[in-house]
Write a protein that binds this ligand. Structure first.
Ligand code: BJW
Ligand code: ZN
Length: 253
């Protein structure tokens, strides 16, 4: 893919690149997105029944089983060329802040560090009553069938249900991660937005802040979003193809 010369210059002079990723960055690893027509999770599952605190209170085994199914899928998935390209960009630019809405650990497994998870992670569940962290047993269980109920484990401290370590609708984002993301959006001179529909707030406000502060904004997505006409550069294609091309030949510092 041909990358415009002007964009190469932008990267050469960048002091601080912020990367925000969404489910689309893991799509080519075989993990379904939420809102893609036909393949998105919300085509087959109702978010109100799975991704809210009320849903967990009403049917903890349904919700825990669904997240176990997703955790097993993520454990068996491998980072793809998009994750690798972001890792390699981190090595090439002066400063890079990587913020993800994803709950998988594919950025970490591609070698990126640190990774700021705005919506938590599948790896760190905690007690729904006292907040005590829960550690999964080391052995990887069989992948449960889609939609199968699995009882959540009891908390070792208070015996209440352990819940997935993710951020549901109506819940606050982790304060420290959100602070880092907000500050990076104010400070960055290049904002790279990859594989997100940019509809879930407050994460979707980050590109707004970066653009308002004069950052060059770049979107990588095979489909249209409300940002198509507002970004400085819109790359319409899969992240696993576009990002390696974007990062190739970029030698900075
Ligand atoms: C590819 C590709 C390829 C495909 N390559 N790309 C302001 C206005 C309106 C509403 C609100 C607002 N502020 C807050 C709200 C409410 C709510 C919200 O935003 N609702 C909107 C949906 C309207 N937000 C919240 O509730 C948040 N909390 C909050 O604001 O707290 C304060 C508060 C407290 C009390 C009351 C009110 C406010 C929390 C949001 C938590 C989101 N949680 C989820 C589930 C997490 C756990 C889990 O994984 O199950 O997070 S929802 C789901 O959406 C998940 C994702 O991280 C998130 C974003 O989705 P993402 O990543 O963008 O995925 P998709 O599927 O939408 O898009 C994928 C994209 O990839 C597509 O564009 C494809 O085209 C593309 N793609 N293949 C590149 N190969
Ligand atoms: Zn507890």
């Amino acid at each position: 893919m041909a990358i415009p010369h002007r964009l190469v210059e932008v990267r050469m002079s960048a002091q601080h690149v912020m990367v925000l990723t969404g489910a689309g960055v893991s799509a080519e690893s075989g993990l379904p997105t939420f809102r893609d027509p036909l393949t998105g999770l919300w085509e087959r599952f109702n978010p109100q029944e799975l991704a809210t605190p009320d849903a967990f209170r009403d049917d903890p085994s349904l919700v825990w089983g669904w997240y176990e199914w997703r955790r097993m899928k993520a454990l068996r998935a491998l980072p793809n060329p998009a994750h690798e390209a972001i890792r390699s960009l981190q090595e090439k630019v002066r400063r890079l802040t990587l913020v993800t809405q994803n709950v998988d650990d594919l950025h970490e497994r591609a070698g990126s560090s640190p990774v700021h998870h705005l919506h938590g992670t599948l790896a760190h569940p905690y007690c729904s009553r006292c907040g005590a962290p829960y550690s999964f047993p080391p052995e990887i269980p069989e992948e449960p069938e889609e939609g199968r109920r699995v009882a959540p484990p009891p908390c070792a401290e208070c015996a209440a249900h352990v819940r997935p370590g993710v951020v549901w609708f109506g819940e606050s984002l982790p304060e420290r991660e959100w602070d880092i993301a907000e500050r990076a959006a104010q400070d960055c001179d290049v904002f790279l937005c990859v594989g997100t529909s940019s509809v879930v707030y407050p994460a979707a406000s980050l590109i707004e802040h970066a653009a308002a502060n004069g950052a060059v904004t770049i979107q990588v997505n095979p489909n249209s979003t409300s940002w198509d006409d507002r970004v400085s550069h819109d790359f319409r294609g899969p992240a696993g193809v576009v990002l390696p091309a974007l990062v190739a030949g970029c030698s900075l510092r």
